[in-house]
Design a protein around this ligand. Structure first.
Ligand code: RTP
Ligand code: MG
Length: 143
């Protein structure tokens, strides 16, 4: 299995619900290690840049507004198959479709306010991690 890193964001709705610790426990129980973390109020520019791939989509403005509606908790997760494993823990984008026991099934209210973000592929993980963290801020087993 490949030791991977992925970018995870606990979105403003879940931070406001005070469930950072419960979500971290799920990462840890699944064998994902938190190797970098910061709480941050995203600026509009940062949120637009982060989700730039969705710029032309009808939900883009709502997504940016939501992402800047309060602080987010941003972390790098490291572990075997971390990218796919984190996506499994998260569940489907729309919490109505998310499998029972997933983070979105348990903590998300809607497709817009859906509790967590996770990188979806190796290339996006690399770009997204670099968007928020310098190499010196990441303290993992993988160099
Ligand atoms: P994320 O990037 O936040 O981890 O979510 P995801 O991969 O599961 O979903 P993605 O397709 O990348 O969409 C990013 C976020 O945009 C909102 N969205 N709304 N109304 C809609 O049809 C719609 N589709 C996507 C969601 O909040 C999603 O998390
Ligand atoms: Mg996505």
């Amino acid at each position: 299995m490949a030791l991977e890193r992925t970018l995870s964001i606990i979105k403003p709705d879940a931070v406001a619900k005070n469930v950072i610790g419960e979500i971290y426990a799920r990462f840890e129980k699944a064998g994902l290690k938190i190797v970098a973390a910061k709480m941050k109020q995203l600026s509009r520019k940062e949120a637009e840049g982060f989700y730039a791939v969705h710029r032309a989509r009808p939900f883009f403005n709502a997504l940016v507004e939501f992402m800047i509606s309060g602080p987010v908790m941003i972390q790098v997760l490291e572990g075997d198959n971390a990218i796919a494993r984190n996506r499994e823990l998260m569940g489907a984008t729309n919490p109505k479709d998310a499998a029972p026991g997933t983070i979105r099934a348990d903590f998300a209210d809607s497709i817009d306010a859906n509790a967590v973000h996770g990188s979806d592929a190796a290339e996006t993980a690399k770009t997204e991690i670099a968007y928020f963290f310098a190499a010196t801020e990441i303290h993992g087993d993988r160099s």
